[in-house]
Design a protein around this ligand. Structure first.
Ligand code: COA
Length: 370
């Protein structure tokens, strides 16, 4: 029997603190008008001292589980797509798994920069369609404000913090993910990068002194690349799904620059109203931008059950990707689940496992492992 991967839950979380273009003009030589005209961005959210990629991811995930009406323990797989993970390792996905109390699942991070959410949704959908899992949680989460060079006006105006999540579930009913496309062109790896802090150029006084642990970008080149791939990738997945461009109810593009979205609309000969756009309020939240835009499109009545949509994005790598989706929504439920209620149990469980490990350490710790 054919399996289909439906999107049955969605959620978002953004920090409270708003940073306007005027605030940025206090830090670097720029102004509100320049940023608005060249990017369409008016403000972005910035994580507070207690917020991390993991806390934002956890909040978005719990909301998505609420919509899907799914217990954390029913999740088989968590994929966090992020360009600003909490650590090189462990994966932020494992941190989220522990916090929400998903006791019976695998968890990993996926790095495909801003295209990561499309890659992650595709991987989860493939696993569901292959029949190896049934319920997946896919999260895009970022605190890019911690990796941006606040002295570089070419980049610090663009990025913002936030998280968004989808729940994917398997069903024999047709619908959900219809087709997808994932692409990479590593010859452009140097165009958008955090050069140091990985294994190639480990962190040192030199790298920190020269700001090599911050985002570096060739904006003009990335812009040209993005305008080339967005319309083409959208058309390709639509065709593969058997849809005409005019059949598409909504396109949810990666929210990087309004001019890039306008170019895609021209390329597809679609009115701009057919695109979800909220980058004016959040800037570029990398992997989180598509699920956040999806959540707001639903809130605004722009995205409904049975719509045919495309999500499309691009980013460092270079990478790009697109996915055609038949939007179906939550499966019918017999009773209401409250995923948040499991959080206290999750915290106690986590504390219990830590103390058990400590006791084991005392008992076995002095013995050498043979
Ligand atoms: N405020 C004022 N002036 C600025 C500025 C700022 N924040 N940033 C750059 N400038 C200046 C430049 O120094 C340049 O001046 P010059 O001509 O005297 O050298 C001028 O504005 C034009 O710079 P340019 O880089 O050509 O601007 P642009 O129109 O390409 O816009 C970006 C710059 C970054 C907004 C644009 O290239 C872009 O959005 N690129 C894509 C980036 C992206 O989406 N990255 C994320 C990928 S996931």
């Amino acid at each position: 029997m054919m399996r289909y991967a439906h999107i049955t839950g969605w959620g978002m979380a953004v920090p409270e603190r708003v940073m306007t273009n005027h605030d940025i003009a206090q830090l670097v030589d720029t102004d509100d008008q320049w940023i608005r005209e060249r990017t369409g961005i008016e403000q972005r959210r910035i994580a507070g001292p207690d917020e991390t990629t993991g806390t934002l991811a956890t909040r978005a995930a719990l909301r998505a589980l609420e919509v899907a009406n799914l217990r954390p323990a029913e999740i088989d797989l968590i994929v966090v797509a992020t360009s600003s993970p909490e650590h090189l390792f462990p994966a932020t996905a494992s941190i989220v798994q522990d916090r929400i109390g998903a006791t019976d699942c695998g968890a990993f991070d996926l790095l495909a920069a801003c295209t990561g959410f499309i890659y992650a949704t595709n991987m989860a959908a493939q696993a569901i369609r292959a029949g190896s899992i049934n319920n997946a949680l896919v999260i895009g989460a970022e605190t890019l404000s911690r990796l941006v060079n606040w002295k570089d006006r070419g980049t610090c105006i663009l990025f913002g913090d936030g998280a968004g999540a989808f729940v994917l579930q398997g069903s024999d009913e047709p619908g959900g993910v219809l087709s997808s496309l994932l692409r990479s062109d590593g010859s452009g790896a140097d165009l958008l990068t955090i050069p140091a802090g990985g294994s190639h150029i480990p962190a040192s006084l030199h790298t920190v002194g020269n700001g090599l642990h911050y985002i570096q970008m060739n904006g003009r080149e990335v812009f040209r690349f993005a305008t080339r791939v967005m319309a083409k990738a959208t058309a390709q997945v639509a065709e593969e799904a058997g849809l005409e461009i005019s059949d598409l109810d909504l396109i949810i593009p990666h929210q990087a620059n309004r001019r890039i979205i306008e170019a895609a609309a021209r390329g597809l000969k679609l009115p701009l109203e057919r695109f979800a756009i909220n980058l004016n309020r959040y800037g570029n939240t990398s992997t989180a931008s598509i699920p956040i835009a999806a959540c707001e499109a639903i809130e605004a009545g722009q995205l409904h059950k049975d719509n045919k949509i495309v999500i499309v994005g691009f980013g460092a790598g270079l990478t790009w990707g697109a996915m055609a989706i038949h939007w179906t929504g939550p499966f019918p439920a017999k009773r209401k689940i409250y995923p948040r209620r499991y959080r206290t149990v999750a915290r106690l469980r986590s504390a219990w496992r830590r103390s058990l490990r400590r006791v084991e350490g005392v008992i076995y710790g002095s013995k050498t492992i043979k």
